[in-house]
Every structure is written in structure tokens, then in C-alpha cells.
Write a protein that binds this ligand. Structure first.
Ligand code: PLP
Length: 404
């Protein structure tokens, strides 16, 4: 009996997926040609499965800033900020984020995953209560485990269920930490944040919003859902990532909370890992400036999101509740999801296959995300491939019959 034998059921399920064609969880790009195109197995594909919302990964200013920083500061920091010191870039990034969000404090982490891990586990611990949306990202669930706080889950995007659970907690609700996301990463749906804020105020709880997929996407200034919903003053903590709209890697936490800097000496995912290389921060700072100064990127992103979502819905595909840069197509079963994923790839469209248990309600999904950099023609191409394959596999007829 080997240590890995416990994973045999997953390995069998994985082998079943591989029988349909390519390996959806081990895609290898031969070349990435632009934010929207790549070469995969010698074939040119449209990238519809990235989180490159503003299309800044090849922005000449971002690339140049990064190259200049790598020449000046070297390739890496080789250690954590607590043990091995901060570079000017870390402090500049924290200053820029605090200014962008109009908050007193900001803290940069090495990934968005670690921002949730380090932020949440620094804020709550054994004896505290952490109140989570049931569809929370894995990084939030992992943060809960690390924190050792007592976890209470409420129904996804349901303020009434949250209120009910807080009422049941009695006095313990006061001072507990509620965590929700801006845009949810699988279905692209948005949290009813105004209603959540009312509930949290009534209970005297704290509220953290993970804006990983909504920073640069929502709000007049691109600050995310809290800005778009007009409730920034009532959101106590915002987590975000550099790996989506900002086109790099890294994460952050911002807040006005007193004694915020204590987190630097209690948060293990901040203390015990190497800090971001200055070259990564240089491109991220440049991307943040672009996000702030060029609102046309958000306008283009929304137009592309509308085009894809409306097109798929009008064909009869089951999509999320509203247009969003993330559009998930719900497949009737896992075998069809895998077949469609392979067929889309063969027809030059790369997107994400998402299967249970990683999906809400255990539904198999084809998850796509658009970028401001996609052209209308690229999205037209994607739609015509979906239409052709939907006809071929009888998916559209089935969906139309179901909705009739
Ligand atoms: C809601 C949410 N939070 C956090 C993360 C982690 O971010 P990163 O990939 O930058 O570590 C993700 C990643 O997809 C996410 O979807």
C-alpha cells in the first residue's frame, strides 16, 4: 500500500477524462502570442480561459518596467520580508494600493491565495467565528483551516440565510468575520453586497470582500464590487490579486483597521515565504496605473462580456445569471463536458473545463473568461464554433426543449 493509493479513485476518474482526448488539466502552450492567442500542439487557439481581464500581460509599458527592474534589482528576493528585508518595490506597491483603495493600510503577499490564507488566518483564530459563503474559493476554505476558527457556512449569495445564521449565533455574531467574493470565479455571478452590508451592520460583524475577479472589472474607478455597490465605507477588509486584471502574480489585503501592521508578525503565509521579485511588482505597479487611467479597458471588457454571454444564451446554452467577464456554460453531464472541451480545442478555442467537486452545485462547466483585448471577430469565431458543436452534439435542441 503506497502513500498515494488513497488517491486511486481520483486517478481512475482522471483516466476516464483522458480517454476522451487531450488532458484538460495539463495543457501545454508551445507559445503565447498575445493576451488572446496561443499555440497549442502546433495549432493556433483563441485564449478564452485566462483571467487576463484587461489584456495587460503584453502591455509594452508593463513589460518594459519589469525588464528594467530585473536588470536593476535581480531576479528574486531570495527570502521573506520578515527575515530578509523589504525592497523599495514592496513599499511602493503597498502605498499605491492604499491610495487606490483610499485606505490607511495595505499589505502585499506573494500570491492571491496567500493573501486570503495570511489575511484571514491573521484576523481570526481559535475561539473566533468565520462566516463563509458556501461557494467560497479554495483559498478561503484553506484559510479557514489554517485559522482554526469555527466556520459557519451560509447559502451562496443569500443575505437572508446569512442573517438567520448570525441570529442563531447570539452574542458570538458580534466581532465575527464574514467573507464573500465580488465576482464568483466559476459562474461569474456577483454578490448582493449592499444586502450583505446591512446584515453585517445589524450583527456588528466584520466584512471581508475578495475582489480577485472584480478588481479592474467593476466600479467607475475599477476598485471592484464594493465601489460599484457604493458600500466601500462598510467593507472592513479587501483582498485582491495581481494575477488577473493586473496580469502578473501576487496578492494584497487593504484596510483601515487599527494595528493592521501586527499582521506582518502573526501571519504565517506572509512571514514564511519569499517575497515578490521587484520585477513582478514593477509590471504590477504599471498595470495598476493603467487600470486607474484608462477606463476604456473596462468598457471594452464589458462589451466583450455582453457579446459572449448574449450569444451563448440566445443559442440556448445554459449560462450564468447575468453577463460577466466570466461566462460558464453548464453541461448536461461530465462526459459531454469533456467531449465539448476537446471539440472546442480542436476547433481553435481554449477554455477551462471545471468539474465537481470544484464547481457550484456539482455541475460540470465549460468556464470561459473574456479580455478587453479580444476583438469582436474573435468572439464571433468562438460563438460560431459553439453553435456548430452545439448542433452536432444536440446540445442546443436539448436546451431549447428544456426552456420551452
Ligand atoms: C476568488 C479567488 N480568490 C483568490 C484566488 C487566488 O489568487 P491567485 O491565483 O492570484 O493566487 C483566486 C484564484 O483564482 C480566486 O478565484
Amino acid at each position: 500500500m503506497g502513500l498515494l493509493d488513497k488517491h486511486l479513485p481520483q486517478i481512475r476518474a482522471y483516466s476516464g477524462i483522458l480517454e476522451h482526448g487531450a488532458d484538460p488539466f495539463n495543457v501545454k502552450f508551445d507559445a503565447v502570442l498575445s493576451p488572446t492567442e496561443a499555440e497549442l500542439n502546433g495549432q493556433r487557439v483563441i485564449l478564452l480561459g485566462t483571467n487576463n481581464y484587461l489584456g495587460l500581460t503584453f502591455d509594452p509599458d508593463c513589460v518594459e518596467a519589469s525588464v528594467e527592474a530585473v536588470r536593476r534589482w535581480g531576479t528574486g528576493t531570495t527570502g521573506s520580508r520578515i527575515a530578509n528585508g523589504s525592497f523599495g518595490a514592496h513599499l511602493a506597491m503597498e502605498k499605491a494600493l492604499a491610495r487606490f483603495y483610499g485606505r490607511k493600510h495595505a499589505m502585499v503577499f506573494t500570491t492571491g491565495y496567500q493573501a486570503n490564507l495570511g489575511g484571514i488566518s491573521g484576523l481570526v483564530g481559535r475561539g473566533d467565528h468565520l462566516i463563509l459563503d458556501a461557494d467560497s474559493h479554495a483559498s478561503i476554505y484553506d484559510a479557514a483551516r489554517l485559522s482554526q476558527a469555527e466556520v459557519i457556512r451560509f447559502r451562496h449569495n443569500d443575505p437572508d440565510d446569512l442573517a438567520k445564521r448570525l441570529r442563531r449565533m447570539g452574542d458570538a455574531a458580534k466581532g465575527s468575520l464574514i467573507v464573500v467574493e465580488g465576482i464568483y470565479s466559476m459562474m461569474g455571478d456577483v454578490a448582493p453586497l449592499k444586502e450583505f452590508v446591512e446584515v453585517k451592520k445589524e450583527a456588528g460583524a466584520y466584512l471581508l470582500v475578495d475582489e480577485a475577479h472584480s478588481m479592474g472589472v467593476l466600479g467607475d474607478k475599477g476598485r471592484g464590487l464594493a465601489e460599484a455597490a457604493g458600500v466601500e465605507a462598510d467593507v472592513d477588509f479587501i483582498v485582491g490579486t495581481f494575477s488577473k486584471s493586473l496580469g502578473a502574480v501576487g496578492g494584497f489585503l487593504v484596510s483601515d483597521e487599527d494595528n493592521f501592521d501586527l499582521l506582518r508578525i502573526v501571519s504565517r503565509p506572509y512571514m514564511f515565504t519569499a517575497s515578490l521579485p521587484p520585477a513582478v511588482i514593477a509590471s504590477t505597479l504599471t498595470a495598476l496605473k493603467r487600470l486607474e487611467e484608462d477606463s476604456s479597458l473596462r468598457v471594452r471588457l464589458q462589451a466583450n462580456a455582453d457579446q459572449l454571454w448574449n450569444g451563448l444564451r440566445d443559442m440556448g446554452y445554459a449560462v450564468g445569471p447575468h453577463a460577466s467577464p466570466i461566462t460558464a456554460v453548464v453541461m448536461p453531464d461530465q462526459a459531454m463536458a469533456v467531449t465539448m472541451w476537446n471539440a472546442l480545442l480542436q476547433n481553435g478555442v481554449y477554455l477551462n473545463l471545471a468539474i465537481p467537486p470544484a464547481t457550484p452545485d456539482n455541475r460540470p462547466l465549460l468556464r470561459s473568461s473574456v479580455s478587453a483585448a479580444h476583438t469582436r471577430e474573435q468572439i464571433d469565431t468562438v460563438l460560431s464554433v459553439f453553435e456548430q458543436l452545439g448542433q452536432e452534439f444536440g446540445l442546443l435542441k436539448r436546451a431549447r426543449r428544456a426552456s420551452a
